[in-house]
Design a protein around this ligand. Structure first.
Ligand code: PLP
Length: 404
């Protein structure tokens, strides 16, 4: 369809964003699957576990009890209490129920926070590699992402000094995500504290996406909320999706000073109204119930990480940093790009490599371009141990052929 300027259909804001790359990969894989192809899927970033029984039961009971009507926009009081108490118990933060809003997924909490804080022309510092949606959500609001390169040799470390260098008079916010999607890198507590204090001192909003906070493999999980004397410019974004295997329930939240929460709730009152009533009851069960399920799932991710790293290292030419959290590996595949002995089928970009890996190797991955780097692919290892074995066997075979 060619549309002249006079016939312009879509608002500018829509042209500033792209379809989520992970969703696009999922769609492409679904097409192949529908045609009967057996795929090993390392694409989607979601737990392979079922939602724990007690959480499902709470939702079922809520529906049976007709807890199915509109609720308060920012979430029922019991839930907001559960959110702040869970966070305080686990991270030593200090928020009141008025300083949290429950949302239809962590992505919406992030979307609302950016919408209420970032204006046209505002700069937002964003370390690379970044989670796909950060860039688009910032751009949708009219903001300008300022990319902060990190070094793979230093495990994609983010330091306060590097962030300080990226700050200009137009900087409105910094967005950080630790443990990171896609690299699995975890910020050192000292680095996190310095960044929190820097943002506080410079009156810059620090948006901390702590969606994988409970999936950290070494040391105690940390939160920027632990630095209770620096709350004024801090927005913590949380999600139940990964912690409790609840991706499809759409359950997330933000913790922030009351005026920010009020602005986010005002926006929410005009879009979703509130998260689904019975999902809120399920979220209470998740946050106040036994936390053993979280530890058990994390332990399995750790053993999957070790398994996938061992097998990746067995593929000549592939290198990979050791992720300390989340459930992703971000191998460097640069050895296979433009390789002269790849003949006419030369693979030039990570996207081309991921496409060929999908169609010829029948393994789903997400190319690094989606996360701001050109030499990587992302694999989500939230799959069975058998799938890790089979997927890596296929990848080894694929890479061996590519180099012939
Ligand atoms: N933040 C990060 C870094 C993520 O990886 C995701 C999901 O993949 C989200 C936020 C959104 O999670 P949800 O909207 O399912 O709560």
């Amino acid at each position: 369809m060619t549309v002249s300027a006079a016939q312009k259909i879509f608002a500018d804001r829509v042209s500033r964003i792209e379809i989520s790359a992970t969703m696009a990969v999922t769609a492409e894989a679904a097409k192949l699957r529908a045609g009967g192809t057996n795929l090993v899927d390392f694409g989607a970033g979601e737990p392979h576990f079922a939602t724990p029984r007690h959480i499902k039961d709470a939702a079922i009971a809520a529906i049976e009890n007709n807890f199915t009507r509109y609720t308060m926009v920012s979430g029922i009081p019991e839930l907001r209490k559960a959110i702040v108490e869970r966070h305080a118990a686990d991270f030593g933060s200090s928020y009141t129920p008025e300083e949290t809003v429950f949302t239809t997924g962590g992505k919406l909490a992030l979307f609302h926070a950016i919408q209420v804080l970032v204006d046209h022309g505002d700069e937002v510092v964003l370390p690379v590699p970044y989670w796909v949606s950060f860039k688009d959500i910032i751009q949708y609001a009219g903001g300008k992402p300022v990319y902060l390169e990190t070094s793979e040799a230093e495990n994609f470390r983010i330091t306060a000094a590097a962030i300080e260098r990226a700050i200009t008079p137009r900087t409105k916010a910094i967005v950080l995500n630790s443990p990171s999607n896609p690299s699995g890198a975890v910020m050192a507590p000292a680095d996190l504290e310095q960044v929190v204090r820097l943002a506080h001192a410079r009156n810059i909003y620090l948006l901390l996406d702590e969606c994988y906070a409970y999936l950290q493999f070494t040391g105690a999980p940390i939160s920027g909320g632990s630095f209770t004397d620096c709350k004024e410019h801090l927005v913590i974004l949380g999600s139940l999706s990964k912690t409790y295997a609840m991706t499809g329930w759409r359950a997330g939240f933000a913790l922030a000073p009351k005026p920010i929460i009020q602005a986010m709730s005002k926006l929410q009152s005009q879009d979703t109204c509130s998260a689904a009533a019975f999902v809120q009851k399920a979220a209470i069960a998740a946050l106040t119930g036994p936390q053993q399920c979280v530890t058990e799932m994390r332990d399995d991710y750790l053993s999957l990480r070790d398994q996938i790293l061992t097998l990746l290292r067995d593929i000549p030419g592939v290198t990979c940093t050791v992720p300390d959290g989340a459930f992703y590996v971000y191998p460097n595949i640069s050895a296979f790009l433009n390789s002269s002995n790849a003949g006419k089928d030369k693979v030039c970009t990570a996207s081309e490599l991921a496409t060929r890996l999908l169609h010829e190797g029948h393994v789903v991955t997400v190319p690094g371009e989606a996360f701001g780097t050109r030499e990587h692919i992302r694999l989500s290892y939230a799959v069975s141990h058998a799938d890790v074995d089979e997927g890596l066997r296929r990848m080894k075979e694929f890479f061996a052929k590519l180099n012939k």
